[in-house]
Every structure is written in C-alpha cells, then in structure tokens.
Design a binder for this molecule. Structure first.
Ligand code: 5GP
Length: 126
C-alpha cells in the first residue's frame, strides 16, 4: 500500500528497524550519513537500497529539511555504492519512489540502485 509522504516520520517503519539493527539486512555499505543493503525482493540482477541515517519520509521531506551536510553525504554514498558494485560501466539506474503515484511503500527515504543487466524502458506503462 503506497504511503502518504506528508505524514510525520514513523520510527517503527521497517527501514528504521534495519538502521537500529532490530531487523537483519544484507549490508553493503555504511558511513556517517547513509546505510546500504540488498533489497529483499530484487527486481534486477543487482538491486541495492541506500537510505539516509536521518529521519526522512521521502525525497520531498529530505530535500526540504535535511542539512547540506546530510544531503551531500547521502548523495556521495549513493555514488560510492554504485562504484563499489562496479556499475558505473556499463551503467545502472537509480530511482526514488515518492508517495502514492510513485508507489512508495516504505516511509523512510530510499534510493533504489538497479544494475547488472540491461534494464529496459524507463517506465512500464500498464
Ligand atoms: P518502495 O516501493 O517503497 O520504493 O520500495 C520498498 C522496497 O523495500 C521494495 O523494493 C521492497 O522489496 C524492499 N523491502 C521491503 N521490506 C524490506 C525488508 O525488510 N528488507 C529489505 N532488505 N528490503 C525490503
């Protein structure tokens, strides 16, 4: 069920629990600003999620309220994960779903990194 991105941050969301270590995850990368782990239901050969350590519901929330340091740290972490995974060549896709039309299901900002194979059209029209 897609989330309402205008709701306040809920500390009981699944990614908050992963950040606190209450739920296991397959960790890929961690620094002061971000945590990256493998998606539990991969949609491509490589499907990794990168989340900020701060309490942000979505890209909208993050871009409006996070400090420049948090934003810089998070953006660099996404790039670092893609490099670590060897995705820069031959290329990859990043995606952040926001709210109902975006199909966002977990109310903690996450960037999906897809790669490891040709990814097809940008959007699947139903
Ligand atoms: P969204 O639709 O919110 O953009 O994407 C949520 C993503 O989180 C989905 O790709 C889903 O497979 C993944 N996911 C949901 N719950 C868990 C979990 O407990 N662990 C991991 N590793 N991924 C999860």
């Amino acid at each position: 069920m897609p989330i309402d991105p205008t709701l306040p941050y809920n500390d009981e969301n699944i990614f908050a629990k992963i950040l606190r270590g209450e739920i296991p995850s397959n960790k890929v990368y961690e620094d002061d600003w971000a945590f990256a782990f493998e998606d539990i239901n991969p949609q491509a050969e490589i499907h990794t999620l990168v989340i900020p350590k701060g309490r942000y519901v979505s890209w909208d929330d993050f871009s409006a309220k996070a400090s420049n340091e948090e934003i810089g740290g998070f953006v660099r972490a996404v790039g670092e994960v893609a490099r670590m995974k060897g995705l820069v060549e031959p290329g990859f896709r990043m995606m952040a779903n926001i709210g109902a039309h975006g199909g966002q299901e977990v109310p903690h900002l996450h960037v999906h990194i897809f790669g490891g194979e040709p990814l097809g059209p940008m959007i699947c029209k139903k």
